[in-house]
Design a protein around this ligand. Structure first.
Ligand SMILES: Nc1ncnc2c1ncn2[C@@H]1O[C@H](COP(=O)(O)OP(=O)(O)O)[C@@H](O)[C@H]1O
Ligand SMILES: [Mg+2]
Length: 249
């Protein structure tokens, strides 16, 4: 007699839902049509949309004008050997860093780090979207980046303290910030109940020779340098704010 088929109930937890594409279905026939949505933010490389079904997640796609029909960055054309992952190497770098942190945190079963938690991929009308945790402000919208706080002259002592804590944590965790651009750090008080900056982009090793991965000390040195550069930028924009520069060693 034939075995009855097992009924698999889809998980209801929103973090799991994020992995099961959109509309709560494990597999949707059509990619999500982004032309019906307005992106909430954008960097030089990616557009950021709020997930239509998951208010706690964002979808990131590479700006279509930055890539050719084969998914390679147009700027990469000069390179003789183009990288097989093309534009998706950005996604791989982020996932790689996250998985490395989870592996190191395995003993404590830790999966939350000072970077936005990646949830999965979502096929969209603009290619594969990376679905990640939305770093929120008090009303649930996307929080301000350090860049926007500096630009609007809104950096306060608590932001400086939160930034210093972020760098201390990255040093301890051996988290690599390959692109320490202030646009890649988003401020929130909603994630763990304390003021914090969370990395939403720019994490992971960029160099072909992974010196920062190989050496915790070298990574610490690079992080301290980046921290000093950011603190100097904050000090220039807010001359009244007391800011102590950390020692490099
Ligand atoms: N997960 C997120 N939560 C909240 N805001 C985000 C998130 N990801 C990106 N942003 C906002 O969108 C901007 C652009 O995103 P980013 O991933 O840095 O794009 P790019 O890869 O082009 O630099 C960021 O500066 C930030 O303000
Ligand atoms: Mg960025």
């Amino acid at each position: 007699m034939e075995e009855p088929r097992k009924v698999v109930t889809p998980p209801t937890d929103w973090r799991h839902d994020a992995l099961s594409l959109h509309s709560g279905k494990v597999r949707d026939e059509k990619p999500l049509d982004l032309s019906t949505l307005i992106h909430q933010d954008a960097g030089t490389v990616r557009l950021v949309y709020v997930h239509p079904d998951l208010p706690d997640a964002v979808i990131k796609v590479v700006r279509p004008e930055r890539v050719d029909g084969f998914g390679h960055f147009k700027d990469d054309k000069r390179l003789r050997f183009r990288r097989p992952l093309g534009m998706y190497r950005l996604f791989r770098r982020e996932l790689h860093q996250y998985l490395e942190l989870c592996r190191r945190g395995y003993g404590d079963r830790r999966s939350v780090f000072p970077m936005a938690t990646p949830f999965g991929f979502l096929p969209t009308s603009e290619g594969l979207g990376l679905v990640t945790e939305k770093i929120k402000n008090e009303s649930g919208a996307m929080g301000p980046s350090l860049k926007s706080l500096i630009r609007s002259g809104k950096v306060r002592a608590m932001h400086v303290a939160a930034l210093n804590t972020l760098f201390d944590e990255c040093i301890d965790l051996h988290l690599i910030i390959g692109d320490p651009n202030p646009g890649n750090m988003v401020y929130t008080e909603e994630r763990s109940g304390r003021p914090e900056f969370v990395l939403v982009d720019g994490v992971g090793e960029k160099n072909l020779i992974p010196l920062r991965t190989l050496s915790w000390r070298y990574n610490r040195y690079k992080l301290k340098k980046a921290q000093r550069t950011l603190l100097a930028a904050i000090a220039r924009a807010n001359p009244g704010l007391p800011i102590a520069q950390p020692a490099l060693a």
